[in-house]
Design a binder for this molecule. Structure first.
Ligand code: GLA
Length: 373
């Protein structure tokens, strides 16, 4: 391989359970997909940099002297990454060409945007010998999404993309960003994602509203005499005592958050005991909470989850990621995958006239470059 060429592979992330918990200081249980974005970087002698994505068949030119926001959304992930890198290191970056390929679906709740940002930062890091640590890549990528893009999300996606290990989930405590790997082979069961193909744009959606609603709940709780930093610190009994002090919908959001956080910890126990049936039940409960209390699901996701309930071979299903579209995640017996896919595809098309995209995935490796582990 040409030594001046740098190849970076950046995965997507799945989340077994612990949804909308990462900005509430609680526990989440994500892992990387084996689907990736692949970047090929080379140095360039031109006085600008060029990026071509074969996935969306688009090209973007970047001049380091003009890093203002673009009207084209995907370009902002790239421009924002350079802005944040330059804030971290006051250096003159080398111009480059970058080709983006891969098989990670876009806008499907598998975190293609964080994967794009993390992989892009890693490539520029290597190209310029910036020697960023994983924690630095984490904070840079987080800043891009939070400040430049405006998604007030948590840290789960970037943390997972950077740190994931094959066949492992990560139990991440978002209170202090400490984590443990949880080996997860899932026995005879597999992870099947069902992509609704209902595009969602989290930065324009109710995602940030949910973040604000959780902050509101925390504020009311603290005004009542507590001194918590995160919503996950209050317990159910304490919250019920404060029910009359908050609007019903804020109470519902808070109840969901506290229950989901407990479900995540319980899921780890079930995983360790290979009790996949109980784990699956928690996934269904998680979906109920996301649909009814947290209200981030949609008709398509609810349909997909409901359909699984008539099959013993599927132990659990729920919407995954920010919501309002994207994928459901299903724990399904390996012998039943083909039959189920055929059936659900037809049923989904009959109901919504949208093609469903099934994605069978295993737990893959985190961010890597030049075929290094
Ligand atoms: C999006 C955000 C994450 C997380 C999930 C919901 O993927 O980027 O930080 O909040 O939604 O769990």
């Amino acid at each position: 391989m040409d030594s001046s060429r740098i190849i970076v592979k950046s995965p997507g992330r799945i989340n077994l359970i612990g949804e909308h918990i990462d900005y509430n200081g609680g526990y989440v249980l994500p892992g990387a997909t084996d689907l990736i974005i692949e970047f090929t970087f080379s140095n360039s002698k031109k006085n600008f940099s060029e990026i071509f994505s074969s996935t969306i068949n688009k090209e973007c030119k970047i001049e380091f002297s003009n890093l203002s926001k673009s009207k084209i959304k995907w370009e902002n992930y790239l421009i924002g990454s350079i802005v944040s890198i330059l804030k971290k290191r006051k250096v003159e970056l080398k111009n480059f060409t970058c080709r983006i390929d891969g098989n990670l679906p876009i806008g499907s709740g598998i975190s293609s945007s964080s994967s794009l940002i993390c992989g892009f930062i890693k490539g520029i890091d290597i190209l310029n010998d910036l020697s960023f640590s994983n924690d630095e890549i984490l904070s840079i990528s987080r800043e891009v999404e939070y400040d430049f893009i405006g998604l007030k999300g948590g840290i789960m996606d970037q943390y997972t993309i950077i740190n994931a290990k094959k066949n492992n989930l990560i139990l991440l405590n978002t209170k202090d960003n400490t984590s443990k790997y949880i080996e997860s082979n899932l026995g005879e069961y597999k992870i099947l994602l069902l992509n609704t193909n209902k595009e969602h744009d989290l930065s324009n959606s109710a995602y940030n509203d949910r973040v604000n609603e959780c902050n509101k709940a925390l504020q009311i709780i603290n005004e009542a005499g507590f001194d918590f930093k995160y919503l996950t610190q209050i317990n159910i009994e304490q919250l019920i005592q404060l029910k009359n002090k908050m609007p019903q919908y804020i109470f519902s959001r808070a109840i969901y958050v506290i229950e989901e956080n407990l479900r995540t910890l319980k899921s780890v126990e079930y995983l360790k005991n290979c009790d996949y049936k109980s784990l699956g039940n928690l996934m269904y409960l998680s979906h109920d909470g996301l649909k009814n209390l947290y209200q981030v699901s949609c008709e398509e996701l609810d349909f997909l989850v409901d359909q699984t309930k008539s099959y013993d071979e599927i132990l659990g299903a729920r919407m995954m990621g920010g919501g309002f579209g994207g994928c459901s995640i299903n724990l399904i017996h390996s012998d039943f995958i083909d039959a189920f896919i055929n059936e659900i595809r037809d049923n989904y098309y009959k109901k919504f006239s949208i093609h469903l995209s099934p994605i069978l995935t295993s737990l893959g490796k985190g961010l890597r470059f030049n075929n290094k582990e």
